[in-house]
Design a protein around this ligand. Structure first.
Ligand code: DGJ
Length: 678
């Protein structure tokens, strides 16, 4: 008997599709067993004044089949229509093939649950089997249908430079919501992440995230019959992409997840997925980093850095990263980019000797680069003015005084790859921070410019990872402008924001952890006061905050007192003892930075770490009657006992009454380590 429906199974969830004429449609997406019953997305009644594909829970269709409410694929010829040619079960997944007899276009839609996770990966491969080239105007990766009878509750992450990952939600009763980037990079404005649930049942939630670091968009169409359809894919900002005769075009993965524990449960699904993307690299703990940027900015000197390194090593730091300002012509942000030669005036004994001086403190040596960029006064630009994105006859846009190299060009690709490999070979570099401080403005040519740039970025990152497996890579883009699933697969950590001030950072990190795993979240303890909320916080607060991900220090530690250094050393040691739980544990966000209760619980096996911050005023505490703040934990065994030194609690108490925390005027953050005792 020929199959007409197919169920893919993840760790605890399943996704069932069925054949329905010219398309596949979703039967159900939820916990194991959810498909056993009538589809919640089936509709009855007549389709009036539109096409059936506008109403049905279609998986992936062109505009001929879904003309009005948002197709996944549009060709320049419009009204593309295809037939479902076949569905094949392939290793670990499913492949459905569609064929358009008129254009000769063949589309393969791919499905697969990432092994051991609840994240389903979907992507499409287009083949042009026809007699002429095909012009693709819109290129989605996947459509995901969600039942939203009471309206769609949409949760997303938005922001701007210094304010990334701001968690935002609203209810959409009808119409379209769209987020994206036209910047040729993931962007500060929105993360390629959207969670959708029915407004009346917020615990059941679905979410889609896109593995793409160029221009993109995610749209959610909520129809009149109680369904929201999410479309995710690249945004073809450079115009239609041509698919030559015999050519193939692939899309990035649009991944999806379901949880019956709301956006918090979805976060745990995404964390597990990103840990799977990291693979064996997660077994090596992310090093505790010192980064000199906020201490010295462009004022880099060999002795100054070495003095900071001496202190950092004494604090227990494992990697010392020299940030911007180490290469020729880089007195400030007006020059130098492109000329990746250590400045001999800055390092009179040579850069190799300097790197060894850092390594002699016992730390790994790390270096900042921004390899896709060039400043107009550089030697690189003088030699290759044609290597940057430019529109002939038009003025060129500088942002931060720099141009963007056209990485899609084979010569630029080779230059960037070889420059980085050359640096890694020439010097004992164990940590590379790859920055990107301006978006693309000019198109710089015909064709799929965005796709070519991003593809070569990934090729270089993949090459470096293979050729220099021991080098830890930090992804950075003027803060968090290049954080997405594709980078999560290629970087060991990412830098969420240039804003390191305590109360501001608390909000940024809270949002970051909705979509991304703690092992990726690079975070420094600095001296910064605050751009959006400048309420003062203790050094302890800053350490507990940076410990929520991958701990670093970025303060001017040369100015720290002996007492501050002792505090820092104690926190670094405590962090090292628990970082495995933080990197690998199940994360439960408790409360949020806007409420008095704000904590994060990490649970791995018998160990639980709870980080908590006082988000309120610091004055007056203890002067009048008050009660302990309680942090209700999750995911423990109610019948078991848990201990934190002298204090022990039942699991039931920790979950129902909550872990007690008592803030005082000086005690504004805490790290609690609980172990299961019985
Ligand atoms: C922007 C990054 O986000 C900062 O951490 C720092 O590396 C500067 N660039 C250096 O120019």
């Amino acid at each position: 008997m020929t199959a007409t429906a197919w169920t893919l199974r993840g760790a605890t969830t399943e996704y069932t599709v069925r054949r329905a004429g010219s398309w596949l449609e979703l039967v159900a997406w939820g916990p194991h067993g959810v498909s056993d019953g009538p589809s919640p997305l089936d509709f009855h009644g007549k389709v009036q004044y539109m096409a059936a594909g506008d109403v049905a829970a279609v998986e992936y269709v062109p505009d001929g089949l879904r003309p009005f409410l948002g197709p996944d694929l549009v060709l320049a010829t419009r009204s593309t229509y295809w037939e479902l040619a076949g569905v094949a079960e392939v290793a670990g997944g499913l492949r459905a093939t569609f064929a358009d007899r008129v254009s000769g276009l063949r589309a393969e839609t791919h499905y697969r649950f990432a092994p051991g996770t609840d994240v389903i990966e979907r992507w499409v491969t287009l083949h042009n089997d026809g007699p002429a080239e095909v012009s693709v105007v819109e290129l989605g990766s996947a459509g995901y249908c969600v039942p939203t009878p009471a309206g769609a509750r949409l949760t997303y992450l938005c922001g701007q430079w210094s304010q990334e990952f701001t968690e935002t939600a609203h209810v959409q009763r009808r119409g379209r919501f769209e987020i994206g980037s036209a910047q040729g990079v993931t962007g500060h404005q929105f993360s390629p992440y959207l969670a959708v649930g029915d407004a009346a049942s917020p615990d059941r939630a679905w979410s889609v995230s896109l593995a793409w670091s160029g221009s993109w968009r995610i749209a959610a169409d909520t129809d009149a019959a109680g369904m929201t359809r999410i479309r995710a894919g690249r945004s073809l900002v450079d115009g239609p992409v041509t698919l030559a005769r015999g050519g193939t075009l692939g899309t990035p993965v649009a991944a999806g997840a379901y949880s019956d524990d709301g956006v918090g449960g979805l976060a745990r699904a995404w964390h597990a997925y990103e840990r799977a993307l990291a693979g064996a690299r997660l077994d090596r703990p992310r090093p505790v980093v010192y980064n000199s940027w906020e201490a010295t900015h462009f004022d880099v000197t060999a002795d100054g850095q070495a003095a900071l390194a001496e202190i950092a090593a004494g604090l227990g730091v494992e990697t010392f990263v020299v940030d911007d300002g180490w290469f020729t012509g880089r007195a400030d942000d007006r020059g130098g980019l492109g000329d990746w030669t250590p400045d001999p005036a800055t390092f009179p004994d040579g850069f190799a000797a300097f790197a060894e001086r850092i390594r002699a403190t016992g730390m790994t040596f790390g270096l900042w680069v921004e390899p896709e960029m060039v400043n107009p006064p550089s030697a690189l630009y003088a030699a290759h003015p044609d290597w940057v994105y430019r529109a002939d006859g038009r003025p060129m846009t500088t942002i931060r005084h720099q141009y963007l190299l056209n990485l899609g060009r084979p010569d630029v690709f080779a230059f960037v790859r070889d420059t980085l490999a050359g640096l890694l070979r020439a010097y004992p570099i164990g940590y590379l921070k790859w920055d990107f401080n301006r978006p693309r403005t000019e198109a710089g040519g015909i064709g799929d410019v965005d796709g070519a740039h991003v593809a070569n970025l990934y090729r270089i990152l993949d090459h470096l990872r293979a050729a220099f497996p021991d080098v830890v890579v930090e992804g950075c883009a003027a803060g968090g402008a290049r954080v997405d699933l594709a980078m999560a697969a290629r970087a060991d950590v990412v830098w969420p924001s240039d804003n390191t001030a305590p109360m501001d950072r608390l909000r940024i990190q809270h949002g970051f952890l909705l979509a991304h795993a703690p092992h990726l979240m690079s975070s420094w303890v600095t001296d910064a006061t605050g751009m959006f909320d400048d309420r003062p916080r203790s050094l302890d607060f800053r350490f507990v905050l940076a410990a929520a991900g991958s701990l670093g220090i970025g303060a001017d530690i040369a100015r720290w007192t002996a007492a501050e250094r002792a505090t820092a050393a104690a926190w670094v040691a405590r962090y090292k003892a628990v970082r495995g739980v933080i990197a690998g544990g199940d994360v439960y966000r408790i409360g949020d930075p806007a409420s008095p209760r704000c904590a994060i619980q990490y649970t791995l096996g018998d160990r639980t770490v709870v980080l908590a911050w006082n988000t309120g005023v610091l004055d007056g505490l203890g002067q009048v009657p008050g009660r302990d703040l309680r942090l209700p934990l999750r995911g423990l065994d109610a019948a078991a006992r848990y201990g934190d030194g002298a204090a022990t609690y039942s699991g039931a108490h920790l979950m129902a009454a909550g872990l007690p925390v008592r803030w005082t005027a000086s005690h504004d953050a805490s790290m609690t380590e609980l172990r299961r005792l019985s």
